[in-house]
Each structure stands twice: as structure tokens, then as C-alpha cells.
Design a protein. Structure first.
Length: 242
């Protein structure tokens, strides 16, 4: 199967049981919708679907769908797809009709190129967006967006308005949106070390003896003995009472 071309058959019987039988035959259910035409229930080969997609663009590939028994082709893109959790092959596909003269929304990966002087000076590169939403005609969706960081110094950033995009492609983000930025090393690391030392000193100070000197145990014991040696008041003699 050639990249960009896909063949399918109309599916007259639908339902979970029928879908299971289709997969047992090596086919998968699919649906084609969008535009002013009615949705179409289809069946197709998952292997041919995989081969029809550009290995780099993936689902951003513009496909020309041919339905057996019908003339002409329908421009479509894979809107959504279900894959096997372990094996990874297609289990179901949603095909969206597109107008090749009107832009569509797509998600494109971002690639940073060049040696960043800010990083070489000790800074840290923060890539805020690893993919970007773009608006483009279906047949000119880029496979990736390259951002040149060879002039990006410490504390500088690249915004959506700074991107150099192919003709007919625009980013669906506000112009002041930060895409990537180089930040300086965290200066507070040294402060944290100093703060830890100060805290340790303060803790050690808390354990030092206070200015008050406790009374010696011997003095306390002596006082107790003195209290015990004090004679009790004399009782009157038994014969004194008549």
C-alpha cells in the first residue's frame, strides 16, 4: 500500500459481535464522517492503514480513501484510533473528511536544534512545549517544528511569535506564549547550606546549660536531715493530771 492511499469496503452489518468476526478475519471496523456527507461504516485492513500513514507524520498524513464499488477518492485524516494494548496494531479507526483547501488543526512535535550558549554557561533549558498545536492545510502539515537555540543566552526565552514556520502554517497559541527558556542556576542552594549550618548552631545552643545553677543534692539532703533532727514538743507527764 502506498503512503497516502487507503482502500476500504462498506460495512453493512454493525455491532460488537460483527466487529469481533471482522477482526478474526484480519480486518477492523472504521467510520468515515465529517463535512456535509452522511457517515460511512467501513471495514479495512489494519496493515494497509499502517502502511498508508507517513512514518514520520503519523496521523497527520493526508489520506486519499477509495471505497470499493465507488468512483473517485475522499480526502481524509485519521481523527482517532484504537490500538491493541500489547501488540499495538489498529483495532478501530475514525476517518475525518477534510477539505484540502481549508486549514485543519494538528499537533506537531518540537525539536530544539543548535548548541545553546546559555546552557553552556551553566543555565538550564526548560522546554515548556514538546508539541505545538498548529493550523495548516492538510497537505502541508510539517512533520516537526525546529527551533534554533544557538543564540539563546541565560535568562532568554523563545515565544510563539519568534517561531519560524513554513508558509501556510501558524501556531494556535498566543504570541507571547513561552515555548522554551534558559534559567540561571538556583542561587538559593548556597543560602540553604548557610541556613542549615546556622540552624545546627542554634540547635546546639538550645542544648547548652542555662545560667541558673541548681541547688546541690547534698545541701538538699542536709536540709532534710536538719528537719528530721528538730525535737518534737515535750508531752506532759502522765502523773501531772489529777
Amino acid at each position: 500500500m502506498e503512503v497516502g492511499k487507503l482502500t476500504a469496503q462498506l460495512r453493512t452489518i454493525t455491532g460488537k459481535e460483527q466487529n469481533t468476526k471482522l477482526r478474526q478475519k484480519g480486518l477492523i471496523p472504521a467510520v468515515c464522517y465529517g463535512g456535509k456527507e452522511a457517515p460511512l461504516a467501513l471495514q479495512l485492513s489494519p496493515t494497509e492503514l499502517q502502511k498508508s500513514l507517513d512514518p514520520v507524520k503519523g496521523r497527520n498524513t493526508l489520506l486519499h480513501l477509495t471505497i470499493e464499488g465507488q468512483s473517485g477518492s475522499i480526502p481524509v485524516m485519521v481523527k482517532d484510533a484504537q490500538r491493541h494494548v500489547l501488540r499495538g496494531h489498529f483495532l478501530h479507526a475514525d476517518l475525518l473528511r477534510v477539505d484540502t483547501a481549508k486549514p485543519v488543526r494538528a499537533t506537531v512535535p518540537v525539536s530544539l536544534v543548535g548548541k545553546c550558549p546559555g546552557v553552556a554557561a551553566g543555565g538550564t533549558m526548560h522546554q515548556v512545549y514538546r508539541t505545538l498545536p498548529v493550523s495548516s492545510l492538510p497537505d502541508v502539515i510539517p512533520s516537526k517544528i525546529e527551533i534554533d537555540i544557538s543564540n539563546l543566552n541565560m535568562g532568554q526565552a523563545i515565544h510563539a511569535s519568534d517561531l519560524k514556520l513554513p508558509t501556510g502554517v501558524s501556531v494556535a497559541l498566543a504570541s507571547n506564549t513561552t515555548v522554551c527558556v534558559v534559567t540561571a542556576p538556583r542561587a538559593e542552594k548556597g543560602a540553604e547550606a548557610g541556613g542549615d549550618a546556622a540552624a545546627a548552631d542554634a540547635k546546639a545552643g538550645d542544648k547548652a546549660p542555662s545560667g541558673k545553677t541548681p541547688a546541690p543534692a547534698a545541701a538538699k539532703a542536709g536540709g532534710d536531715k536538719a528537719a528530721a533532727a528538730k525535737p518534737a514538743a515535750a508531752k506532759p507527764a502522765a502523773g501531772g493530771k489529777k
